[in-house]
Design a binder for this molecule. Structure first.
Ligand code: PRT
Ligand code: MG
Length: 217
């Protein structure tokens, strides 16, 4: 049996065409069932639905043989567990694309604050990425860890800036925030459990090859 960990929403939706290229069709709709384990048309392949941030944990510890996770999630996971031993990342799938950026209120002069060497208060869910980014720039920051709705932080005075994912930019716009710096491009990767790769080499190779052939940049 091959177990693939996916999160509901954009990652599930955007992985479907890759699965189709490997001859795999998920036979249930995650939006219409409460089941967490979904069967496929292949008797030896199943999908488990987990939170996006839990995908690397499932794969690293063998709860799933493979998974699909954003670069953002993989970086934060590696920082939180001190490495990703046991996680093989053979493919950038070029799906669920977005960017990690710094955003502030329009009336906050980010460039000036950086130039003056002021301490900046930054709210984010992505503390590893933020810490590294500002350390590289030599900017002093007080990081405030949040688990959601980062956009609210500059509006309430909790922080001067946020580090968050941006795709269309409409969430920032709706909250009158401006993107002041791009940190990195984000896309989702295929991650594979190292032990599974050895034990189920043929089956996993076939899947990786089919996915690789279906990647559209
Ligand atoms: O939503 P939930 O709390 O369950 O978990 P999650 O947010 O971790 O999962 P999900 O499914 O929303 O995101 C899964 C992965 O998709 C992330 O880890 C990213 O790698 C990738 N991705 C791509 C995004 C976006 N685009 C994105 N736009 N993840 C989140 N967003 C959010 C962003 O945080 C912001 O709130 O969408 C908002 C901005 O979108 P725009 O279009 O308004 O700019
Ligand atoms: Mg989300």
């Amino acid at each position: 049996m091959l177990t693939l960990a996916l999160s509901k929403g954009r990652i599930f939706e955007e992985t479907l065409p890759l699965l189709a290229a490997a001859g795999i069709e998920v036979t249930e709709d995650p939006e219409k069932t409460r089941k967490l384990i979904l069967a496929t048309n292949q008797p030896d392949v199943r999908v488990v639905l987990v939170r996006a941030t839990d995908v690397p944990t499932y794969v690293q510890h063998g709860g799933a043989d493979l998974g699909v996770a954003g670069k953002d999630v993989l970086i934060e996971h590696a920082a939180s567990v001190d490495g990703t031993s046991g996680l093989y990342q053979p493919l950038d799938l070029q799906i669920a694309k977005c960017r990690m950026s710094v955003a502030t209120r329009a009336d906050f002069d980010y460039e000036a604050a950086v130039k003056q060497g002021s301490r900046i208060r930054v709210a984010t869910k992505y503390t590893a990425v933020a810490r590294q980014h500002f350390a590289d720039k030599g900017v002093h920051v007080d990081l405030i860890k949040l688990y959601g709705s980062m956009e609210l932080a500059p509006l309430t005075g909790l922080a001067d800036a946020i580090v968050d994912l941006v795709s269309t930019g409409s969430t920032l716009k709706a909250n009158k925030l401006v993107e002041v710096e791009r940190i990195m491009d984000i896309s989702s990767r295929l991650v594979v459990n190292q032990a599974a790769l050895k034990l189920k080499r043929e089956r996993i190779r076939k899947l990786i090859d089919a996915f690789a052939g279906a990647i559209r940049p």
